[in-house]
Design a binder for this molecule. Structure first.
Ligand SMILES: *[C@@H]1O[C@H](CO)[C@@H](O)[C@H](O)[C@H]1NC(C)=O
Ligand SMILES: *[C@@H]1O[C@H](CO)[C@@H](O)[C@H](O)[C@H]1NC(C)=O
Length: 198
């Protein structure tokens, strides 16, 4: 009687034991995998990239009937402070802006930045008679009269990280700088620190 009674209950019990074992193994694997990823991340964790504007100038400034033409020239310094991470810059676009209005575009050649490398770019922008809203045009004219104008230089780059032989997928790097240009003296800028975010 005990054998015949216990038989039907034994099969589900073995089955639930099996399921429990699988669940434990699965959970343990997930935890271990998570730890490995976390430890790897802590070891190679990319440090924030350091961008500064080293110099800059504005020339041929002409603001007529709410249209701006001007030539901008910036020396941008890019520093990769990482000891284990190098970076592929697959595309880089740059803009000069004033009060959130874009005045001019430019591009930077794609490049590969090694660990702890400093790379400088000379980036030239031309505002080709850019149409401005009348309020932006008015503010720009007022600021021009003071002899100094604060612009915003934004970079947007598609980058990949490389650690050893491993390459990450694409990330978007955004850099924002607010250099103040003096109209009377070309190439006189104080170093401006930028904010870089991924
Ligand atoms: C400024 O721009 C206006 C219109 O775009 C043009 O007529 C004028 O000649 C320019 N002035 C200078 C000094 O280039
Ligand atoms: C950084 O890398 C660029 C391009 O590979 C190279 O031309 C430059 O000399 C490097 N700079 C330093 C400080 O190593």
């Amino acid at each position: 009687m005990p054998t015949s009674a216990s038989r039907p209950s034994q099969a589900p019990k073995a089955k639930s034991n099996l399921i429990r074992t699988i669940a434990i193994v699965l959970l343990a694997s997930i935890v271990i995998l998570g730890l490995v990823v976390l430890i790897t991340w802590l070891i190679v964790r990319p440090k924030r990239l350091v961008y500064t504007i080293e110099d800059g100038s504005i020339q041929n400034f002409n603001l007529t009937n709410n249209h701006l033409s001007a030539d901008f020239d910036f020396v941008i310094r890019s520093y990769n402070p990482n000891r284990r991470v190098s970076i592929y810059y697959d595309s880089i676009g740059a803009t000069v802006n004033y009060n959130d209005q874009t005045l001019a575009f430019s591009g930077i050649e794609p490049f590969y930045q090694r660990r702890r490398n400093v790379t400088r770019f000379d980036v030239k922008f031309t505002a080709p008679s850019t149409a401005l809203s009348s309020s932006v045009s008015k503010d720009l004219m007022l600021e021009k009269r003071s002899g100094k104008i604060q612009f915003d230089v934004w970079l947007k780059a598609r980058i990949r990280f490389k650690v050893g032989a491993l390459k990450s997928h694409h990330r978007t790097l955004r850099v924002s700088c607010s250099p103040v240009l003096e109209l009377s003296r070309p190439k006189n800028l104080k170093r401006t620190y930028c904010y870089a975010d991924i």
